[in-house]
Design a protein around this ligand. Structure first.
Ligand SMILES: N[C@@H](CCC(=O)N[C@@H](CS)C(=O)NCC(=O)O)C(=O)O
Length: 206
């Protein structure tokens, strides 16, 4: 059975958890407390030298890191990844956007909030995270103004990648009502078959 090394608050981990549930793929979830350095032990680093979750252990004992690469692996050949070249490139485009223009602002600011680290950062650092997050939400809202989902009109792993930290952006101080197109997309994603919330920490028995 697949093993997912994960942390309960992690949106990156949630992308994989949610996808595994929606695909109905059995997995075991292993909690690693990142606040206690559990991804930085020699044992964990032997599995992922980059010291981060999510990490998927495959049936043959090999490992796959990076939330979006893991999603690609799992969704390949399913309706959650387009089969055409253009659609696949667009999924990668939005995943690249998520990792470079969204996660470093919204996810990092949320982490500073819940890890109690906000006071360790200068006001201008916080303001720059807020501005980056708002810019990302603006881009998403513009794209979603005329579309139900990010790529090709259908729900895909591009939506999961962006849903993970957008739906908890209020925990980072963003008021999502400012972006109605984003709020209605969040509701569409939530209504997909097999959807589970970020608080669902169950694996799936085989
Ligand atoms: N680009 C990576 C980011 C992974 C990442 O930042 N993981 C965080 C939790 S969300 C982590 O494991 N941090 C622990 C550490 O850095 O020690 C992905 O998308 O999977």
């Amino acid at each position: 059975v697949l093993k997912l090394y994960d942390y309960h608050e992690s949106g990156n981990g949630y992308k994989v958890r949610l996808l595994l549930h929606q695909l109905g793929v059995p997995f075991e979830r292993i909690e690693c407390d990142i606040l206690k350095g559990e991804t930085r032990t020699a044992e964990f680093l032997a599995r992922n030298p980059n010291g981060r979750i999510p990490l998927l252990e495959l049936e043959d004992g090999e490992h796959l890191a990076e939330s979006n690469a893991i999603q690609w692996y799992l969704a390949s050949g399913t309706p959650l990844l387009p089969s055409d070249r253009r659609g696949q490139a667009e999924v990668l485009q939005w995943m690249g956007f998520e990792q470079y223009s969204h996660e470093p602002f919204i996810a990092v600011l949320r982490f500073w909030h819940f890890a109690g680290q906000l006071s360790q950062h200068k006001p201008e650092e916080i303001a720059s995270k807020v501005a980056g997050g708002e810019a990302a939400l603006d881009v998403m809202a513009r794209h979603l103004a005329e579309r139900d989902f990010f790529v090709g009109g259908d729900y895909s792993i591009a939506d999961i990648a962006l849903y993970a930290y957008t739906h908890v952006a209020e925990e980072a101080g963003f008021r999502l009502e400012r972006w109605p197109a984003v709020s209605s997309w969040l509701a569409r994603v939530r209504s997909q078959p097999g959807h589970v919330p970020i608080t669902c920490l169950e694996g799936l028995p085989g």
